[in-house]
Design a protein around this ligand. Structure first.
Ligand code: MV4
Length: 451
């Protein structure tokens, strides 16, 4: 087994990776910025190396600094967590050149998945349903208009290198198309140094449903069910659950079979997530692949019993899936995750600062993934995630009841958090009935805070 792994991340996910390493008897090396000197990932790793100032471009995103730390500590592998360098194919390549195993897919596969329209092409070729749209990149208003006439308005112009909604424009009619196309291209160029865009039929108020993948380095691919991630604001997910209330066992089986074949064909390995949109008729359409472990992975862990981070490490070491996973992985029970963010309750702006008092809930069916502690600081430089509160139950109703109990007993003093918002979400009749889509929160905002 690997002797020592460097964890190229911070916060709860760095701790999550350290936990998996401890379970496997692997030594860990934390890296940290000057703002994270007193963080728990530094405290619980076997070694810790400061890699630069608070600003992430000069620390957690700085490839030479991370690689230097890995060389100094003489690690066998690097786990990138999520965000930061996790989907940076160049970083994965540098690791490889330095003889350090990157715990993730091969760089060429990550690069392919990063070009959305190329990923769509690959999935389409393998029989995965995709959104009606252009075949590849659209360059001129004439080309875009021809596609839009064929599939019908409204259409969505999307950046090929995009993510998080940047470089996206909804086009309602032909008159708007030329200038919205130009806007999307300019925004894509500014954000990603790549002006390539493509066109899709715009699906109004879809559900966001994603499938969890584990693949070994020998072409064996397993799908571990799906997560429903429709409850989001400004492309930030707030609540995720597994399984999706909208996916039947038949649909799950059908998509899983097709995905396993498609991902094996492209040479995918390690953990990944395949994102789909679901329209109001219940049709799933592939949109993109995330070549990393995701924030919301715990809900899948709870309904499958599979430790996804441990699996990532074993896969990277060269273990075949047949030795990592049981022959059958039934989806059992229901899990819900609430992302507890440090944010102002009305303005939804970040609320960094010192945590002066903290009570983490527990009890049966509750898991808390966090790096927070009393007198600990949520710095302003990174994302505002304070904790992931995850509830499990035999049924969705039981998981919901446990989540409400845990939210009530979750106390964070000194900063504002999204706990009150989560309480409102879980009280909403549409949440209770599982009637979710990506506009759920805008409807919730119309409900008084006391409801
Ligand atoms: C879409 C869509 C509707 N139709 N594509 C947003 C970010 C990017 N990852 C994909 N996104 C969307 N693509 C078509 N053809 C609506 C969204 C979208 C969305 C998707 C998932 C979760 C939240 C979202 C919020 C707004 C828009």
């Amino acid at each position: 087994m690997f002797r020592k792994i460097l964890v190229a991340n911070r916060g709860e996910i760095a701790l999550r990776v350290i936990c998996a390493c401890k379970d496997l008897g692997i030594k860990t090396v934390a890296v940290y910025s000057e703002a994270d000197r007193n963080s728990l990932h530094v405290r619980f790793a076997d070694e810790a190396i400061c890699i630069g100032p608070a600003k992430s471009t000069r620390s957690y995103l700085d490839i030479p600094s991370v690689i230097s730390a890995a060389e100094i500590a003489n690690v066998d592998a690097i786990h990138p967590g999520y965000g930061f360098l996790s989907e940076n194919a160049n970083f994965a390549e540098v690791c490889e050149e330095c003889g350090i195993k990157f715990i993730g897919p091969r760089p060429d596969v990550t690069r392919l998945m990063g070009l959305k329209q190329r990923a769509i092409e690959a999935m389409k070729a393998a029989g995965i349903p995709t959104v009606p749209g252009s075949d590849g990149i659209v360059r001129t208003p004439e080309e875009a208009a021809a596609v839009a006439e064929r599939i019908g308005y409204p259409v969505l112009v999307k950046a090929s290198a995009g993510g998080g909604g940047r470089g996206m424009r909804v086009v309602e009619c032909a008159e708007e198309l030329p200038h919205l196309l130009a806007q999307a291209q300019q925004e894509a160029e500014a954000a990603f140094s790549n002006s390539d865009v493509y066109v899709e039929k715009f699906i109004r108020a879809p559900r966001h449903i994603e499938f969890q993948v584990l693949a070994d380095e020998f072409g064996d691919v397993r799908i571990l069910g799906e997560r429903e991630c429709s409850i989001q604001r400004r492309h930030q997910k707030l609540v995720e659950e597994a399984p999706s209330p909208a996916v039947s066992p038949g649909l799950r089986r059908d998509i899983s079979e097709k995905l396993a074949r498609a991902l094996s064909d492209v040479g995918y390995s390690n953990a990944g997530t395949v994102e789909f949109l679901m329209d109001d008729s219940g049709q799933l359409y592939f949109i993109e692949v995330n070549a990393r472990i995701q924030v919301e992975h715990p809900v899948t862990e709870l309904v499958t019993g599979v430790d996804l981070v441990r699996s990532q490490i074993l896969i990277a070491y060269g273990e075949p899936l047949s030795r990592i996973l049981p022959a059958e992985i039934p989806i059992r029970g229901h899990a819900i995750e609430c992302r507890i963010n440090a944010e102002h309750p009305e303005k939804f702006t970040p609320s960094p600062g010192r945590i002066t008092g903290l009570n983490l809930p527990g009890g049966i069916g509750i898991r808390v993934d966090t790096a927070a502690y009393t007198d600990g600081v949520i710095p302003p430089y990174y994302d505002s995630l304070v904790a992931k509160l995850i509830a499990y139950g035999d049924t969705r109703e039981e998981a919901t009841a446990r989540m409400r109990r845990a939210l009530e007993m979750f106390v964070v003093e000194g900063i504002y958090t999204s706990i009150p918002l989560h309480q409102r979400i879980l009280a909403h009749p549409d949440f209770v009935s599982g009637k979710l889509d990506t506009h759920f929160l805008s409807r919730l905002d119309a409900v008084p805070a006391t409801a």
